[in-house]
Design a protein around this ligand. Structure first.
Ligand code: ITT
Length: 195
C-alpha cells in the first residue's frame, strides 16, 4: 500500500516517517511526487484544515492520503496561536512565532502559561471514506527558549513530567508523548486492521 503524506512541513514529515516506519506501507510526500503546490488553510478548525489537506492530496494523486493540521493553544491568549500557529507572527517563521508568543506572555505568571498542542489527522482512503484521529498534549509556555530539537514551538513548550521543553528531548521521546504521536498511534491501530 502507498500513502501520500500531504504536508509541506519538514519537521512534521520527519516525525511521521519515524512514527510510521514499522508499518508495511510506502509513505510518499508531496515532494516525492514533485507536487509544489502548498495547501493554503482556509478552515475555521483543525478538523476542517486537516480534511482539506487530505482530500486535496487525494484528488491530486488518487492515493490514500494523510492530511494533518496542528497547533498550539494558549487559553490565556483566548486560544491563540491555535489554528494560526503557522502564520502567527508577521514573518511567519518558527523563530518569529516563538518570539511573539514569549513577548505576549512577558510578565505572565507560570499558572497562566498553560498550553496544549493539538494534532488532527484526516485519512482519506477514497472519495467516500475518510477517518479522523486526534491527539493532544498539555504543558506550559516556558519563560525562554530551551533546546534546539524539533521544530515550531518545541523550544518553548515545557512538558512538566520530564521537566524539559520539547526542544530538549529527542524525536523518539517526543513521539511517545506528543499530540502527533498520540494521533498517529490511533491511526496505526486503524490501518493495521484495514491491512
Ligand atoms: P502543512 O500544512 O503543509 O502540513 P504547516 O507548517 O503549514 O504544514 P500547520 O498549518 O498544521 O502546518 O501548522 C502547524 C504549526 O503549528 C507549525 O508550523 C508549528 O509552528 C506548530 N506546531 C505543530 N506541531 C508542532 C510540534 O509538534 N512542535 C512544535 N510546533 C508545532
Amino acid at each position: 500500500m502507498k500513502i501520500l503524506l500531504a504536508t509541506t512541513n519538514q519537521g512534521k514529515k520527519r516525525e511521521f516517517l519515524k512514527l510510521l516506519k514499522d508499518l508495511n506501507i510506502k509513505i510518499l510526500s508531496l515532494k516525492d511526487l514533485c507536487i509544489e503546490e502548498g495547501f493554503k488553510e482556509k478552515g475555521r478548525s483543525f478538523e476542517e484544515n486537516a480534511f482539506e489537506k487530505a482530500y486535496k492530496g487525494f484528488l491530486l494523486t488518487g492515493l490514500p492520503t494523510i492530511g494533518e493540521d496542528s497547533g498550539l493553544i494558549v487559553p490565556y491568549l483566548y486560544t491563540l496561536p491555535g489554528i494560526y500557529s503557522k502564520r502567527f507572527s508577521e514573518k511567519a517563521t518558527d523563530e518569529e512565532n516563538r518570539k511573539l508568543l514569549l513577548k505576549l506572555l512577558r510578565g505572565v505568571s507560570f499558572e497562566k502559561r498553560r498550553a496544549k498542542f493539538v494534532c488532527v489527522i484526516y485519512f482519506v482512503l477514497n472519495k467516500n471514506n475518510f477517518f479522523k484521529f486526534k491527539g493532544e498534549v498539555e504543558g506550559f509556555i516556558s519563560y525562554e527558549e530551551r533546546g534546539k530539537s524539533g521544530f515550531g514551538y518545541d523550544p518553548i513548550f515545557l512538558y512538566p513530567p520530564l521537566g524539559r521543553t520539547f526542544g530538549e528531548i529527542d524525536t523518539e521521546i517526543k513521539n511517545l508523548i506528543s499530540h502527533r504521536g498520540k494521533a498517529v498511534s490511533e491511526f496505526k491501530k486503524f490501518i493495521k486492521n484495514l491491512l
